[in-house]
Design a protein around this ligand. Structure first.
Ligand code: IPM
Ligand code: MG
Length: 356
């Protein structure tokens, strides 16, 4: 088993170090190789996703990714920005299925910005399509407008598009995931306005016929955003496109207390996967040793389960995280009255110690 380790920028290096420490403590037989990605790779090689990093990722059984991005790269032309590294990895490896589970640990109910009764016991799974939609649609660019309200002025445009097979394959992923859970799928669209999402809705309905044991309902994205903060426990599996999934998964993260708790898996049709926290590089707290490593540590657990066929080791990590939370250890993002404030490294050490 070979794991590519891509820490990236900002807090990426700090949190990935803790996840690697936890993986190493499990005493499994795997090889790791580390490479630069994002702004760090741009600084060293002039490109956020150098060929060698991409090749390493392609050759690995799984990729553990930290985060990319920093304000200092905001003025670079778009193809050289750190974000292009993660977008390029997703596209090049065909990682179309993004799993973002939002689970509210009982120990953290009071860290959520919502009332305890709304989030207590929360366990939803957002499945985001990750290689299509307006993120990758062509054409895109800038031009001088020839029509519209302000002809003769600069305008920018992106293209939202999905093909039927792209929607079908993510629909199957969602229905199959629902079968292992509460057997309910909510498909989120904007079919009332966008043709792309009318197709999305039609395909979800068609594929749903093959899963009579799973209940399917459709929800407009604006309503879904509202329901997520009004009655989040009503959802089981939420499946949606790349853009809506980006937004809704950040919202769902906060239900659990902190985005610092949310792992993710991005899979292709070969079971190869990239595992990363749902949060970003947080340059404001980078280098301070205060970032929450748990989302990355939990992403490593997803990696063991989904790509490396080590479900028992995954469960050991998840139980260890549960234990450190029960011990009252909290990084600042999840700290509340009466708990013990710890930094990134101490949190990683505590998880290692708590491995059963
Ligand atoms: C995410 C991030 C990325 C995205 C950025 C960094 C390109 O926000 O993984 O949710 O928009 O997909
Ligand atoms: Mg995002």
């Amino acid at each position: 088993m070979k794991i590519a380790i891509l820490p990236g920028d900002g807090i990426g290096t700090e949190i990935v170090a803790e996840a690697v420490k936890v993986l190493q403590a499990l005493d499994l037989a795997f090889e790791t190789e580390t490479a630069l990605v994002g702004g760090a790779a741009f600084d060293a090689f002039g490109h956020p996703l150098p060929e060698a990093t991409l090749q390493l990722a392609k050759d690995a059984d799984a990729i553990l990714f930290g985060a990319v991005g920093d304000w200092k790269y905001d003025t670079l032309e778009r193809p050289l920005r750190p974000e292009q590294a993660i977008l390029g990895l997703r596209k090049s490896l065909g990682l179309f299925a993004n799993f973002r589970p939002a689970i509210c640990y009982p120990q953290l109910v009071d860290a959520s910005s919502l009332k305890r009764e709304l989030v207590s016991g929360l366990d939803i799974l957002i499945i985001r399509e990750l290689t299509g939609d307006i993120y990758f649609g062509q054409p895109r660019g800038r031009r001088i407008a020839t029509d519209g309200h302000f002809p003769g002025t600069e305008e920018a445009f992106d293209t939202m598009r999905y093909s039927r097979p792209e929607i079908e394959r993510i629909a199957h992923v969602a229905f199959q995931a629902a079968r292992k859970r509460d057997k309910r799928v909510t498909s989120v669209d904007k079919a009332n306005v966008l043709e792309t999402f009318q197709l999305w809705k039609d395909v979800l309905t068609d594929v749903g016929l093959q899963y009579p044991d799973v209940a399917l309902d459709h929800m407009y994205v604006d309503n879904a955003a509202m329901q997520l903060v009004k009655a989040p426990k009503k959802f089981d599996v939420v499946v949606t496109g790349n853009m809506f999934g980006d937004i809704l998964s950040d919202a769902a993260a906060m239900l659990t207390g902190s985005i610092g708790m949310l792992p993710s898996a991005s899979l292709n049709d070969k079971g190869q996967g990239l595992y990363e926290p749902s949060h970003g590089s947080a340059p404001d707290i980078a280098g301070k040793g205060v970032a929450n490593p748990l989302a990355t540590i939990l992403s490593a657990a997803m990696m063991l389960r989904f790509s490396l066929n080590q479900p028992a080791a995954a469960a050991r990590i998840e139980q260890a995280v549960d234990r450190v939370l029960t011990q009252g250890l909290r990084t600042p993002d999840i700290h509340s009255h009466g708990t013990t404030r710890v930094g990134t490294v101490a949190m990683g050490d505590a998880v290692v110690k708590a491995l059963g």
